[in-house]
Design a protein around this ligand. Structure first.
Ligand SMILES: [Fe+2]
Length: 192
């Protein structure tokens, strides 16, 4: 039989070519001046929220410029004629033992993450099924890795990897089991 997938959840990935060393140094310098905020982060540091304009004179600017090109393509995939706008950006530093609990990004259309420093075994990003069918699939296939029935889907981060996903999809970050910091940049996108 033919198997069709209707109403799929888009998860975009791309590898950028940013100067990760200078971006990392900027993030670590922000960390030394900012106590951070508590959101989904456990044992990790999350910076305050920045607008793109606030970062234009920093090494993060090259990432923002690359991101702006990519999010236009995401809206094209949706068939949207509106303009994508990066509404806010923040930095994440997860040392050994840090992780992020399940959350969604409210008041946004798309969200995403860009990986700056990712030692091995520093924690995958895990998306969770958010559909009515999870209630009838049954516990016997809870561990399924098949597209129609998987309850979770993992992606392993790597340096310069950009991921963009719908803001409504629940996700969490596994614990950093490495001895090195996991550093990433998160962001939200609106369409106007
Ligand atoms: Fe998130």
């Amino acid at each position: 039989m033919n198997l069709n997938y209707i109403f799929p959840t888009p998860i975009w990935q791309d590898i950028l070519s940013c100067d990760l060393y200078n971006i990392k140094m900027h993030i670590l310098s922000e960390r030394s001046n900012d106590d951070g905020r508590k959101v989904s982060n456990v044992n990790g540091w999350q910076s305050k929220s920045f607008s793109p304009d606030e970062l234009m004179e920093t090494p993060v600017c090259q990432f923002i410029t690359a991101l702006e090109k990519k999010i236009k393509l995401c809206l094209e995939d949706y068939g949207s004629f509106k303009k994508p706008v990066i509404s806010n950006i923040w930095f994440n530093v997860n040392p050994t033992g840090a992780y992020n609990t399940t959350h969604v990004h409210t008041d946004s259309f798309l969200s995403g993450v860009f990986y700056v420093q990712v030692p091995s075994d520093c924690g995958d990003i895990v998306f969770e099924r958010q559909a009515q069918d999870q209630y009838i699939l049954g516990s016997h296939i809870r561990e399924s890795t098949l597209l129609p029935s998987a309850s979770q889907w993992k992606f392993t981060p790597k340096p310069n990897l950009l991921m963009i996903f719908p803001a409504w999809i629940p996700h969490f970050v596994e614990i950093n089991n490495s001895s090195t910091k996991r550093i990433s940049i998160s962001f939200n996108i609106l369409q106007v």
